[in-house]
Write a protein that binds this ligand. Structure first.
Ligand code: HEM
Length: 141
């Protein structure tokens, strides 16, 4: 997925994920959030926050992943801000990631699944740093 300049110079260029289509992204989002809603710990958080605007959320999440995987730049929201005030914990993030990983592995070929899982892990890490939770949270004396 990373291209390298010739002559030994290694300048990684982020390219769209190979073989990923809008249809695949939609399937990932719909399948994943269907499972999230049924999860006893994650489900209530989403139900409470997104009641009445669920399809809007799914559309935003398709745009979000499309921007990452296909570089369509359709997503222009603020993920950090969206997660404040939800009382999220490192355990909830681990649960979210576990569901995301099993969903991606179930519906995609391994390399495509890894593409999404790696990015979800990185974003989860940065969201947690922003929220001051998780192993990498900044701990001031
Ligand atoms: C414990 C884990 C998580 C929970 C409970 C959670 C919950 C939520 C909720 C309730 C919203 C809707 C906020 C609103 O519109 O009022 C939201 C939005 C969003 N979440 Fe998460 N989230 C979690 C982890 C993640 C992760 C790991 C990612 C990215 C890989 C992510 C990406 C997003 C994005 C892009 C939005 C849309 C923000 C916007 O409206 O622009 N979330 N999340």
């Amino acid at each position: 997925m990373a291209q390298h300049a010739p002559a030994g110079r290694s300048i990684p260029i982020i390219t769209p994920a190979e073989g990923v289509t809008e249809e695949m992204i939609r399937e990932l989002v719909v399948t994943f959030y269907d499972r999230v809603l049924k999860d006893p710990e994650l489900g209530p958080i989403f139900h409470q926050k997104l009641s009445g605007r669920w399809s809007e959320h799914l559309a935003i999440m398709v745009d979000f992943w499309s921007s990452i995987a296909l570089r369509t730049a359709r997503y222009s929201g603020k993920p950090q801000a969206a997660h404040f005030g939800l009382d999220l914990t490192a355990e909830l993030f681990a649960r979210w990631l576990g569901l995301f990983e099993s969903t991606a592995r179930e519906i995609f070929e391994p390399d495509v699944a890894e593409f999404f899982i790696l990015r979800a892990q990185r974003i989860a890490e940065s969201l947690q740093i922003g929220l001051g939770i998780g192993p990498k949270a900044l701990r001031l004396p």
